[in-house]
Design a protein around this ligand. Structure first.
Ligand SMILES: Nc1ncnc2c1ncn2[C@@H]1O[C@H](COP(=O)(O)OP(=O)(O)OP(=O)(O)O)[C@@H](O)[C@H]1O
Ligand SMILES: [Mg+2]
Length: 425
């Protein structure tokens, strides 16, 4: 009889799930870590410049990238690090890996580290994959003989057997990532540092990474993973940490840290979205003055329950005549995916919108959205010549959907689900 697999992470094995590791000592201990880069402000590069300004000293600007970081990663823990671009995540990982020297504070590591930091780090582009893998393994402390023995496993894992004698500089970036990831996984190190491994891999490779993450977690390896993908944090990590501007903002449960990270992103986005784009059509001018959400009772709300009617509203103030006006209104999810959009197109007979008029846009719909935060955008186009944008706001008004624990996709679609059991005999 064909049995359905129980719910849970695929390939997680018998010890799956987020079982807390039994032995609990710190595999990584970081105290008051600081890192400052000195960036030359005026560079004296050429001989002529040097001759003209013989006494000019190079001036430096100091960039405090890590500002007193203190945390522990426990042995056997899958630890996520998230934060906006430039917040200091890669710098922190490089300090842990010993690639950068810190300016203050201490790092104590119990165990052998294998880093996957960044494309190319630790590899020589002018050597072949074979040579790189062997050198890398020797640097990790293996004898040349062990290194050669490990070589086949690495290549098999990376699925790059046909490219062993190709110089690394001729590898695609995805192939380089596969090789580097395979080297890290096969190194046997107790502590793995991983920075954004999934960004350039293809779908098949990503799935292999996921399987590997689960296997390594079940084996009790200590893993520090930097990522921007909150579903990965949620799915794999025991704990996570949010870094903002070189400081720890939160450490805790993955869901909570992920939510905070998304908030940080949306703050920046909603600030950006305030600008209303001005028209390129002569004379036409309008402004998306207001966007709001109402419940069925006609009250303005910012949270809406799943499964209830939902009303999106926008008011567009017209300042200069808009020929053949077209209104679009849409809803984006937190990842920027457009989950819903509608338009008055085709609306060929629409009379011009006159200066001084306000257009009140209303969309009535059933809220089928999964739980989470959404953003409404709206635009007014003029269809007189080619379509021209008169006014537009994107990700303008956020609202939150709750009460949808039974919705597993982006939206709930009416459907029937059947599971038939057949005997294989
Ligand atoms: N070698 C370096 N020399 C000078 N500045 C550097 C160096 N490496 C990083 N920085 C600066 O340190 C800051 C943090 O960079 P880092 O790479 O750690 O950010 P990140 O959090 O990994 O960002 P991302 O999400 O984009 O990968 C940035 O302002 C960056 O310009
Ligand atoms: Mg980085």
């Amino acid at each position: 009889m064909a049995e359905l697999a129980p719910p849970g992470p695929v390939g997680a094995g018998a010890t799956s799930g987020r079982t807390v590791p039994k032995r609990r000592y710190a595999a990584i201990e970081v105290r008051d870590l600081e890192k400052t880069f000195r960036i030359p402000r005026q560079q004296v590069n050429t001989f002529k410049e040097r001759a003209l300004h013989p006494f000019r000293r190079a001036r430096y600007e100091e960039l405090n990238v890590l500002r007193g970081i203190t945390f522990d990663v426990l042995e056997g823990e899958f630890f996520g690090i998230v934060g906006r671009n430039g917040s200091g995540k890669s710098t922190l990982l490089k300090c842990l890996a010993g690639i950068y020297r810190s300016d203050a504070g201490s790092i104590r590591v119990a165990g052998r580290i294998s880093p996957f930091i960044e494309l190319g780090v630790g590899f020589n582009p002018d050597l072949t994959a074979r040579e790189n893998v062997v050198i890398n393994a020797v640097m990790m402390g293996l004898t040349p003989r062990e290194a050669r023995a490990r070589f086949d496993q690495v290549l098999e894992f990376a699925e790059l057997q046909d490219f062993v004698d190709l110089k690394l500089k001729n590898y695609s970036s995805g192939m380089q990532v596969r090789l580097a990831f395979a080297v890290m996984v096969q190194s046997g190190a107790e502590i793995l540092l991983i920075d954004e491994v999934l960004a350039v891999g293809d779908a098949a490779f990503q799935q292999r990474c996921f399987d590997e993450f689960l296997r390594l977690r079940d084996e009790g390896r200590t893993i520090v993973l930097v990522t921007h993908d909150m579903t990965i944090v949620d799915r794999f990590c025991h704990r996570a940490m949010l870094i903002t501007g070189g400081e720890i903002e939160t450490i805790g449960a993955p869901g909570q840290v992920g939510a905070r990270y998304l908030e940080r992103n949306f703050e920046a986005m909603s600030q950006r979205s305030e600008t209303t784009q001005e028209s390129s059509v002569a004379g036409a001018s309008a402004e998306i003055a207001e966007i709001w959400v109402e419940n069925d009772a006609g009250m303005r709300v910012e949270t809406v329950p799943h499964g209830q009617p939902l009303h999106l509203h926008a008011r567009i103030d017209v300042h200069g005549r808009v020929q053949e006006p077209i209104v679009d209104i849409w809803v984006d999810d937190e990842n920027g995916a457009r989950v819903f959009a509608t338009s008055t197109r085709p609306w060929p007979e629409a009379p011009p919108a006159e200066a001084g008029q306000s257009l009140h846009v209303r969309v009535d719909l059933d809220n089928r959205l999964a739980g989470g935060r959404y953003h409404i955008g709206c635009s007014l186009l003029s269809g007189s010549a080619t379509l021209a944008v008169v006014a537009l706001v994107n990700r303008h008004k956020p609202f939150v959907v709750y009460g949808s624990s039974h919705v597993f996709g982006l939206v709930a679609i009416d459907h029937e689900l059947h599971v038939d059991r057949e005997s294989s005999a």
